[in-house]
Design a protein around this ligand. Sequence first.
Ligand code: ARG
Length: 598
Amino acid sequence: MASTSATPSFANLTHVPGTDPTKCIYDAARISVAQRLVKSLGVTIEQAYVAVDYGKKGEDWTVPIPRLRLKGKPDEFVKKVADEFEADDWIDTVTPSSPFVHFRMRTSTLNRAVLDQIDRLTHHSGTGKPEYGTNDSGKGKKLVLEYSSPNIAKQFHVGHLRSTIIGAFLNNLYRACGWDVVSLNYLGDWGKQFGLIAVGFERYGNKEALEKDAIKHLFDVYVKINKDADADPAVHDAARAYFKRMEDGDEEALKHWREWRALSIRKYEAEYAELNVAFDEYIGESTVSQESQDDALAKLNELQLTKESDGALVIDLEKYKLATAVLRKRDGTSLYLTRDIGGAVERWEKYHFDKMIYVISSQQDLHVAQFFKILGLMGFEWASRLEHINYGLVQGMSTRKGTVVFLEDIIREAATCMHEQMQKNEAKYASIEDPEKTSREIGISAIKIQDMQAKRINNYSFSWDRMTSFEGDTGPYLQYAHVRLASMERKNPELMPLPATSEINTDLLVEPQAHEIIVLLGTYPDVVKTALKNQEPSTIITFAMKLSHTIASAWEVLPVRHEADREKAKARLWMFICARDVLGAAMRLLTLTPLERM
Ligand code: ARG
């Protein structure tokens, strides 16, 4: 058998803080390039490392020499680097093009090192989980991540859906980068509406319906009693009185509320599970203690930051262009804003986080900016660790039956849409094992991909047709790309099991299409780091789509089953399996469940 290249040793690479060649082959390549700059130009390895960029068209790495801020003529530095260049296992070509110097990776090393790393970190990571793409940058750091946060007895609207989808992605992303994450669902489970529901429950409540689907039943009761209240102001008075009893801690008044809350959470948990979403803790506006709100107000008073206005307590934030905010109403009842202030203090005391993220719609930008500012004015050093991840509006989400009210309806509609779509191809449909489950999974992928595809802050309009299409950059398209890759092992039984990876001749992967795929696979750990920096799920989606497109256009030129050279066929099959592993990793990071068949 022809001998094949091996991954070169990392031993000759200088350590650069924040890099890890054992998890990212391109770190090794960049360090190798940087070492040449150190040798020829006398800069430090850190200075050199950050000057190494991805190259354009056909050049793997590019160094813009002015980035090094050296005194003298770039032309001369460029020439010196090129003249003194010596090829090694990592880098084999230099091209001076002042003020740039371009470098190319040795292809045999690239093929071997990237595929080996993917294989090892996917199937032998030592943690029992696939780890390709992960890094340790967040090691030892704690993130408190609040997302989803719907309101009990009210509609689960698209804003909550977006928060859920984006938050679940951030949860995976931070964990993949080594952070210790605590995820919180901060329910809207307190306020006068619960007094209203209590009054409504006496009229319209039904124990059985509540047990069966608390979310739906409480919403029904809420809608009905609201109608009554419109006609009869006495209902409002009764509701206010009831909620007052709740605020005063009257156990009798709290009893029902407690049950509604517990049953609603149970229902939510089941729905979230379908979306691959789970929370470490369900907290809520109700769990913010009266005491921490009182303490916060006392402190603000003491700092003379508050004033009376019409009997209410307010804080003037005009000079920060954040308007004036009410902290306590005339009747003394607590407010959303005050609960967020007290709640943040409680979370700090409990977790001592390095960062706390709130995933909340941009419609609440002012509210969030206000409570962040207030916490800063209160002198909390940790206020600078708070971060608002916001997102734009979604227009036009409705089902064929009408406007969407419940998360369950969104999931069901997605599944039905996909199911109909799949039934159009009869032959294929017949071969699917569990079409119900498969269509639900693809439908959910469709919603998630549509939601995360553009920059978070952009508004978009919800379109069942567009997102459930197998054409274009959709969730179904990604699932299809994965399924096609996953079918490769099944379709090539005579090549399976593949020999030990060290016996596969990766030097046979010579076509430009193979090169393109491997180069892309190698970028994945960098893509994850970029996503952590900009906290944009679209960064991962763009990568996954590009990988899928590149593979789609390679099928014809890189045959496996019909390749006469069986050694070559094995190398290609291994490459496609690695591509499946990386696409699968990206999809899981996006909270999708990659399918094996469809
Ligand atoms: N329940 C709120 C709503 O539906 C969202 C809560 C956002 N989180 C927060 N800490 N304010 O509008």
